[in-house]
Design a protein around this ligand. Structure first.
Ligand SMILES: [Zn+2]
Length: 287
């Protein structure tokens, strides 16, 4: 759902960064990413963009007093972070995350009980709202949604979308030389359009499939944990209170069946992991 953080990017972007982002794409010829798609932007752009977006997210939520400090003097908050880190670590150690070592994969908790959402910025900064943790029944569901978000970052979905929308015309405009302020205007337009960004259904499907792949390879979580998450989201929709997640994600619909079918195909374990300490994790967050 990180689309909203592209909005401030439009007004607050540093020209130097804009130049870096765009010039890198000009100077580097197509560097295929590890998964075969041709991406003209190097992963340094994911990292740069991610840093910028996460700094904006941090300052936004810190200003509202909602960004939980992982070094809090409160031992329960620190314990909650240790638990969340462990879930993320299991996914990263699945051996299936392409940029496991290149991206930071830090995770932060935003204490807003009204928001059932999680997101990852490009370059792998992960955010989870307490409203989501509170609403989920078990750790498989949380691992499922984390796997989905990690996949968006690891598969470079936003940078690919940026490239699709602005690639050739922006690059050729730069080569021909744009007038003063041109770079900033391009980024402003990009920011404006990202405000309403939804990933394509293909990217959503891909993120769902990777979630199954990651969780299955942890040998710990039910690999269809994301299906459990979508069932919970669907219940909210049915009650007429669509979660914030729904604003940037297509309705669950057959995604639940697709995830379960994918799990069956892989033959990975779908029993809910027990004794995960998920309830204690919630209690430590006051949920
Ligand atoms: Zn998604």
């Amino acid at each position: 759902m990180f689309a909203r953080f592209f909005a401030p990017l439009s007004s607050g972007v540093k020209p130097a960064f804009a130049a870096f982002l765009l010039l890198s794409s000009v100077l580097l010829t197509s560097c295929g990413d590890k998964n075969g798609d041709t991406v003209f932007f190097p992963i340094e752009n994911d990292l740069q963009l991610g840093m910028q977006v996460s700094q904006q997210a941090d300052s936004l939520y810190a200003s509202k007093g909602q960004l939980l400090d992982r070094n809090s003097p409160n031992p329960r908050t620190r314990a909650a972070y240790a638990h969340l880190d462990q879930i993320v670590e299991r996914i990263l150690e699945s051996g299936q995350v392409t940029y496991r070592d290149e991206f930071p994969w830090d995770v932060k908790i935003i204490d807003d009980k009204n928001v059932q959402n999680a997101f990852a910025t490009p370059g792998g900064h992960i955010y989870v709202f307490t409203g989501l943790i509170s609403y989920l029944d078990n750790e498989d569901q949380l691992a499922g949604v984390l796997g989905h978000e990690i996949a968006h970052a690891d598969q470079r979905h936003s940078i690919k979308q940026l490239q699709k929308q602005y690639g050739i015309s922006v690059i050729s405009g730069l080569i021909l030389g744009s007038e003063a302020g041109g770079l900033e205007r391009v980024i402003t337009q990009a920011g404006g359009q990202f405000l309403g960004l939804k990933f394509s259904r293909d990217y959503e499907r891909e993120a769902d499939e990777f979630s199954v792949l990651y969780l299955g390879a942890t040998d710990y979580y039910a690999c269809d944990g994301a299906a459990g998450f979508f069932q919970k989201m669907q219940a909210l929709e049915n009650r007429g209170t669509p979660p914030e997640f729904a604003s940037t994600h297509p309705a669950p619909g057959n995604r639940i069946q697709d995830i379960q079918a994918h799990a069956r195909q892989r033959g990975c374990k779908t029993e809910t992991a027990s004794n995960t300490g998920f309830q204690e994790f919630k209690r430590n967050l006051g949920l």
